[in-house]
Design a protein around this ligand. Structure first.
Ligand code: SAM
Length: 281
């Protein structure tokens, strides 16, 4: 196969199982003049496995802005480049945005070569609604910021999906419990496509208990999914919504939601989320 000169290919690579790569991706990686990789040493293993000998250069978070200009120059000279990340689809919580933006503004063609992506793999097998979902990437490392991020998510966005690290997962589960309540259904997808792939399901408490049963369970890569609220907006009565709106006119949202919850025997978080969506209208 020959690649088109002067094109940038965004090539998805496996997220664990080396066989999860398309024939088209392998053909393009073999044919391009350059492969821009997040970590050249890491990607060498995949490339060696498939006998791919294209020249490698590094494009990571710390050099992307400078590198983007020199890569654009190569593309404008007619060379072809494939962008890959350490795993999965480039630009999805991975470098590449600056380069793609530069190319698009300069009229250089950018070609997607789709494949593995942890968030899609996780959602596809979690058993949670997939008709609507919101991917929120990595949550903040600091607890206060993380809580604010979670509280700011409006109701009605469907399943929430985030990437999480082994080091922070337990703290995040506690924050999710605080914001969405102890009954909310969660799924933690671990080590997708690898030997110890596992989907842990249940409330935040159930998943915390499962993690704490074996220190090895707290290791590895993971995607956390949060089911949409069981109590939909339409289940909150008109009267309760009216109370909420009246109180919101006089009080901060948190207080208005808490009082409405008390008056009507509802969950304050569902009301808080609804209040947020009203404020954003
Ligand atoms: N670009 C990648 C993609 O398409 O999924 C994501 C890169 S991001 C830097 C890495 C995060 O993705 C990990 O911390 C984890 O949350 C998730 N991830 C990647 N591979 C995974 C796997 N095999 N199983 C579960 N989660 C994974």
């Amino acid at each position: 196969m020959t690649t088109q000169s002067g094109q940038l290919y965004i090539v998805a690579t496996p997220i664990g199982n080396l066989a999860d790569i398309s024939q088209r991706a392998l053909d393009i990686l073999s044919a391009v003049d350059w492969i821009a990789a997040e970590d050249t040493r890491h990607s060498s293993r995949l490339l060696q496995h498939y006998g791919i000998q294209s020249k490698l250069l590094a494009l990571h978070d710390h050099n992307e802005k400078q590198r983007a200009a020199s890569l654009l120059e190569k593309l404008q000279q007619g060379q072809s480049i494939a962008l890959i990340s350490d795993a999965g689809t480039p630009l999805i919580s991975d470098p590449g945005y600056s380069l793609v933006r530069h190319c698009q503004q300069a009229g250089v063609q950018v070609v997607p070569v789709p494949g593995a992506c942890a968030l899609i793999a996780a959602l596809s097998a979690a058993g949670l609604p997939t008709d609507q979902f919101l991917f929120i990437g990595f949550l903040a490392a600091k607890q206060q910021q993380r809580l604010s991020q979670l509280q700011a998510i409006p109701a009605g966005v469907g399943t929430l999906v985030c990437y999480e690290t082994a080091r922070r997962i337990q703290d995040t589960l506690l924050d999710v419990q605080q914001v969405f309540g102890s009954e909310r259904e969660l799924v933690l997808a671990k080590e997708l496509t690898k030997a110890f792939e596992h989907f842990a399901r249940g409330t935040a408490d159930d998943i915390l208990q499962w993690l704490q049963q074996d220190p090895k369970r707290c290791q590895g890569e993971m995607v956390l999914m949060i089911a949409p609220t069981a109590k939909t907006e339409s289940e909150i009565s008109e009267t309760a919504l009216h109370t909420l709106q009246l109180l919101m006119a006089e009080l901060p949202l948190k207080k208005a939601a808490a009082l409405t919850a008390e008056i009507h025997g509802l969950k304050k978080n569902a009301l808080y989320q609804h209040g947020l969506s009203l404020q954003q209208k």
